[in-house]
Design a protein around this ligand. Structure first.
Ligand SMILES: [Zn+2]
Ligand SMILES: [Zn+2]
Length: 474
């Protein structure tokens, strides 16, 4: 108990009684939320298969008086939880999927829980629970103070890889009557600056050739693997002739079965990223030309399937400033002695020098406009249809990268859980500000309208008209 008082005293001093009112539920239920996040971390369910996770979050929201709509957008694990009615409506996003191959114990040395198993290397176990905590806390404050408006918690499946869960929720018009969206993401620092992200598209290119004995009659074969290699070669040369922010990566998902048969089937998955949707589309078209040319030159047949397409994040500075102010109130994360030891040990395993100091976990980054970001998120699509702001908190020890076993370890222990609580509090305080003064929401809407190009803008999914790839992790 003494530890808790010490932990929250510095932030508490700056927080008014009115603000503390909305943090009440989070403060009183920290242990429960930590335990929920640990349970989800143990399950580590893949995208579109987050059944237990989704059920746990729904149960908590239902118990706390939210009305639930399940299976939204033909995705069984997607849901919308609603409390209240009328203007304004504030949405909070909750992710929940884990990553393949990253199974890991919550210790600072590499030790998988199960070989090649899934692990929460992006902290979506914390993301989901932290957002639910923020929504419940906000709801209780609204009820107690008779605040007008609606709070919605949107359970969004399959953020990772080709999942793109939110793009199908956008298509389903789930965000149509939402006035502002708040979200967060685990990270190795605390910041609420209006950072962007890269637009991206994931595409599977399949080549079909002719099988033949690789030694006795190679002249009768046409290798699908040759086509994949030819395509990769062309794209690798193309790298010199794209902008530095462009990212192109691939994995060969099928390269034949045995070397004594000319492979008649091969598949390569490509991800193309660029700071703008238009820039991504231009590079993607050139990758497509390489695929067509490779098929031509190897006398194979090429087909492709777009698996996912995401917009870049359109940061909303009006909302971001409110978020930053509240993050500064909440502050960073103070480690206890055991956490300092954990942090020191895990940093020794990170393959980079000049890591940011451990101390950064306890600091909030100053507000900064203009970071294009290097990763991608399906929150991008949401941010084009509704004014959106997010933050990240130091759930990972400074220097620990996303999608690593080190991140999984942090996400399953107290450091990650402390970051989650800080994020929940920041979101709740921000929701309070928006409900209390709707002029911020209206200003944010004008900003969105102008930034996305006025009345010319029309949302068109970068994944085309495909349905959610519900079996992409099977
Ligand atoms: Zn993530
Ligand atoms: Zn991720």
């Amino acid at each position: 108990m003494k530890k808790l008082v010490l932990l929250f005293l510095p932030a508490f001093c700056n927080i008014s009684w009115a603000q503390n009112d909305i943090l009440k539920n989070i403060n009183e239920n920290q242990a429960k939320y930590a335990q929920m996040s640990e349970q989800i971390w143990q399950w580590a369910e893949p995208g579109y298969m987050e059944e237990k996770t989704s059920a746990l979050l729904i149960k908590e929201l239902e118990t706390n008086g939210f009305t639930i709509q399940k299976g939204v957008g033909e995705m069984t694990t997607a849901f919308v939880a609603t409390f209240g009615s009328g203007y304004p409506t504030i949405g909070i996003l909750a992710e929940m999927d884990a990553l393949p191959g990253l199974s890991q114990e919550a210790i600072p040395q590499r030790k998988p829980k199960t070989l090649n198993g899934y692990g929460h290397g992006c902290g979506h176990n914390l993301f989901g629970v932290g957002s639910v905590a923020a929504a419940i806390s906000t709801k209780q404050w609204m009820e107690k103070n008779k605040i007008k408006g609606t709070i919605k918690l949107i359970g969004t499946p399959a953020e990772e890889g080709a999942g793109g869960g939110k793009t199908y929720l956008v298509k389903e018009r789930v965000f149509k009557n939402i006035d502002a969206v708040l979200h967060w993401h685990p990270g190795d620092n605390n910041n609420a600056s209006p950072n962007s992200s890269l637009a991206y598209r994931v595409t599977n290119f399949t080549f079909e050739g002719l099988a033949a004995h690789a030694s006795a009659s190679p002249e009768k074969g046409r290798s699908a693997l040759d086509a994949v290699e030819a395509m990769n070669y062309m794209v690798n040369m193309m790298r010199e002739h794209v902008t530095p922010e462009t990212r192109i990566h691939y994995v060969i998902k099928n390269g034949g079965l045995t070397s004594n048969i000319v492979p008649d089937y091969a598949m390569v998955e490509y991800t193309v990223r660029n700071p703008s949707a238009q820039g991504m589309e231009e590079v993607w078209k050139r990758v497509m030309k390489a695929a067509e040319a490779a098929a031509h030159g190897t006398e194979t047949i090429m087909s492709f399937e777009i698996m996912a397409g995401l917009y870049n994040l359109l940061p909303n500075e009006t909302l971001a400033k409110t978020m930053q102010k509240n993050l500064e109130l909440i502050g960073g994360i103070k480690y206890d002695a055991a956490e300092i030891k954990f942090a020191e040990d895990i940093r020794k395993t990170v393959a980079a020098s000049n890591l940011a100091p451990i101390d950064n976990a306890n600091k909030v980054k100053p507000y900064f406009v203009g970071s294009p970001g290097t990763a991608s998120t399906d929150v991008g699509d949401v941010s084009y249809v509704v004014a959106t702001a997010g933050l990240s908190t130091a759930t990972w020890v400074p220097g620990v990268p996303a999608h690593s076993w080190q991140a999984v370890a942090c996400d399953g222990m107290s450091i990650g859980q402390k970051g989650m609580i800080n994020a929940a509090k920041t979101i709740a305080l921000t929701a309070k500000d928006l409900f209390s003064d709707t002029s911020t929401i209206e200003k944010a809407k004008v900003e969105l309208y102008e930034k996305r190009g006025g009345k010319e803008f029309e949302y068109k999914s970068l994944a085309g008209d495909r349905k959610p790839p519900l079996d992409y992790r099977k």
